[in-house]
Design a protein around this ligand. Structure first.
Ligand SMILES: [Cu+2]
Length: 146
């Protein structure tokens, strides 16, 4: 009895230790994300992501956000985002192609979102990018469920 409890306990511990449901990424004044690839455990119900702008430039000059979409949608979404304007934080509103999106932050600021990944599939290709005008071509990376 004690032995099986011990076994159960260590199993729970290893499950908790392996599930990676929290992500953090930073962006800087040189228009770069700190990571080109992010991975989360597919068993996560939701993912908590924190974006930190480690630069000093103001939000209207070098603002950054973090937007998630299917990889095939990035280019069209980035254009639609630009057209949505600053009031909509450069993200088209009520667009189902947007799987997650943070606020836009300027130098020294950070923002956190929590989003569901239950409708995402480990077999599909997802990309995160910054939709601030002119940034998506260099500010993007892979988002994987593992
Ligand atoms: Cu940016």
């Amino acid at each position: 009895m004690f032995k099986s409890l011990l076994l159960f306990g260590s199993l729970m511990f290893s499950l908790a230790a392996s599930a990676n449901c929290e992500l953090s990424i930073s962006a800087n004044d040189a228009m770069q994300f700190s990571s080109k690839s992010l991975e989360v455990d597919k068993s996560c119900n939701s993912v908590k992501l924190t974006l930190t702008h480690t630069g000093q430039l103001p939000i209207n000059i070098m603002g950054h956000n973090w937007v998630l979409s299917a990889s095939d949608d990035v280019q069209e979404l980035a254009i639609a985002g630009m057209q949505s304007g600053v009031d909509n934080r450069y993200v088209p509103q009520n667009d189902p192609r947007v799987l997650a999106a943070t606020e836009v932050v300027g130098g020294g600021a950070s923002t956190t979102i929590e989003f569901s990944i239950e409708q995402l599939s480990a077999d599909k290709s997802y990309t995160f990018f910054c939709s601030f005008p002119g940034h998506f071509a260099v500010m993007q990376g892979d988002f994987k469920l593992i």
